[in-house]
Write a protein that binds this ligand. Sequence first.
Ligand SMILES: [Zn+2]
Ligand SMILES: [Zn+2]
Length: 345
Amino acid sequence: MFKELSKGPHRRFNPLTGEWVLVSPHRTQRPWQGKQEDSAGSGRPQYDESCYLCPGNQRSGGQQNPDYSETFVFTNDFSALLTDTPAISMDTDPLFQAVSETGVCKVICFSPRHDLSVPNMSLDAVTRVVEVWKNEYETFQANPDIAYVQIFENKGAIMGCSNPHPHCQIWSSSSIPPIVAQEQENQRLYAQEHGNSMLVDYLKRELEQQTRVVYENANFVVVVPFWAVWPFEVMILPRRHIPSIDQFSSEVVSGLADAYRQLTRAYDAVFDCEFPYTAGIHQAPTLAGDHEHWQLHMHFYPPLLRSATVKKFMVGYEMLAAPQRDITAEAAAETLRRALVEKKP
Ligand SMILES: [Zn+2]
Ligand SMILES: [Zn+2]
């Protein structure tokens, strides 16, 4: 039945968001005369004196970075959320509602080395990054003002990332952000109806079919979701039911680091470039409560379509009606699997 899908336009349903994506496999043949992005070459120095994330350098806020040798965490000098925001609530007029939001925004440098990124860091070094994520989540869990912790990495100038130094961000907020709330509600309804976690059931089916699986280790599976929107969109899913990162054993921590590293190595091999993406973890809120319907997962949304310089645009029909993709999720998974084999030493 999945083979039939590659023959013509169809819609696929995303049960996490409740949205549909239009898939048009026949369009991959159309000529491209649009914008070509400049391919961002690597060849960066190990240390850049003008980089505000390199060890020992001064940041624009005036603070000096320590001479760190592994990871380094600091509160963003230009945080989008602040702890001391005055409380405002505007909820009497249904057309003009607003409410104040508090939170903390942190930056996590993955490595002192300016020239590295996840695919060429050692497994130990990436494991330390996941350990930091776990520690940060646990710290915010103990903070009653925080409801949700969003861990995310923006990689590449094409994604608006302002600095190539390997780093990610953690924004914690006093409310649950809308995309997370939507996925939470759909997971809750699924668990209510089927008595099981949605993504646990979903992974079972993916492992049976194997058509969209890119990589597996003892604790995680990397899949191109059936409902993927971005050409090489991927999800990393735990094999077992784990609502949030604080429940990771040390083995699971290094399992996620391995999946993260192998996937980004495959990405780099697809178009022989430093593959840009936005990636992030969705997981149970830090608020007290029943979060058993939650299954932690990591999304990867890379913008590239056909080469290091041709990106996908979400414009026109996609801004006004529904997201649309040309290559099928099955074809993208096949490309990523092949890239991973090429990348292996
Ligand atoms: Zn740097
Ligand atoms: Zn999600």
